[in-house]
Design a protein around this ligand. Structure first.
Ligand code: GAR
Length: 215
């Protein structure tokens, strides 16, 4: 049977990409990363693709007049690899509705907060500033709204009294590297989909709440 094909989009460090590559390598994820695409030429995560012998492309968003033309080029590039699923892994661009519509139910994002809390940037410092006792990570289907699509699963990470931003970020990152492969495997196994009402369906049941793991 042909392998489930993943295209991973990154903008920077690429640790979530590496976590996905690791589980593909060990066979815990029955999928193959067929390409990595970055919108930044200096994304250090491209090294992980190179080291794994995976084709990678840079589509530098600064060379495009607007979001629509960048997203068209991105969609065209992704299409060449015929993916079953596209993973945003630290891809720090808002995507246009036209782009998102082409990948409905086949586009996932990982975000370092318990959405809907703290969409956008600097989530760990904002969680500390807000004094929350629980923080974490969310994996969601992508919609045009920034970090706003239906959440599939979350991993809760406790905030400790002595935490600073770096400590909290490091603990959440461990949870990210565990959670993303789990959700991707649900899709690969045909257990997870997005229904016409834009709700995630897992094992035949509509998810009214995200599946929750405790770190
Ligand atoms: C991760 O923490 C990811 O959740 C976050 O960017 C980081 C990328 O790290 N994504 C977002 O904030 C999306 N809104 P990585 O490049 O090492 O995977």
């Amino acid at each position: 049977m042909p392998q489930f094909r993943l295209v991973v989009l990154i903008s920077g460090r690429g640790s979530n990409l590496q976590a996905i590559l690791d589980v593909c390598q060990t066979g815990c994820l029955n999928a193959e990363v067929v390409a990595v695409i970055s919108n930044r030429p200096d994304a250090s995560g491209l090294q992980y693709a190179a080291a794994a012998g995976i084709p990678y492309q840079v589509i530098d968003h600064t060379g495009f007049a607007d979001r629509v033309t960048f997203d068209q080029a991105l969609a065209q590039c992704i299409g060449r690899y015929m993916p079953d699923l596209v993973l945003l892994a630290g891809f720090m661009r808002v995507l246009t509705p036209g782009f998102v519509a082409q990948f409905t139910g086949r586009l996932l994002n990982i975000h370092p907060s318990l959405l809907p809390a703290f969409p956008g940037l600097h989530t760990h410092q904002r969680a500390l500033d807000a004094g929350v006792t629980q923080h974490g990570v969310s994996v969601h289907f992508v919609t045009p709204e920034l970090d706003g699509g239906p959440v599939i699963a979350q991993s809760i990470v406790p905030v400790l009294p002595e935490d600073d931003e770096a400590q909290l970020a490091a603990r959440v990152l461990v949870a990210e590297h565990q959670l993303y492969p789990v959700v991707v495997q649900w899709l690969v196994a045909g257990r997870l989909s997005l229904n016409a009402q834009q709700q995630p369906v897992l094992d035949g049941a509509t998810l009214d709440e995200p599946v929750c793991f405790q770190q």
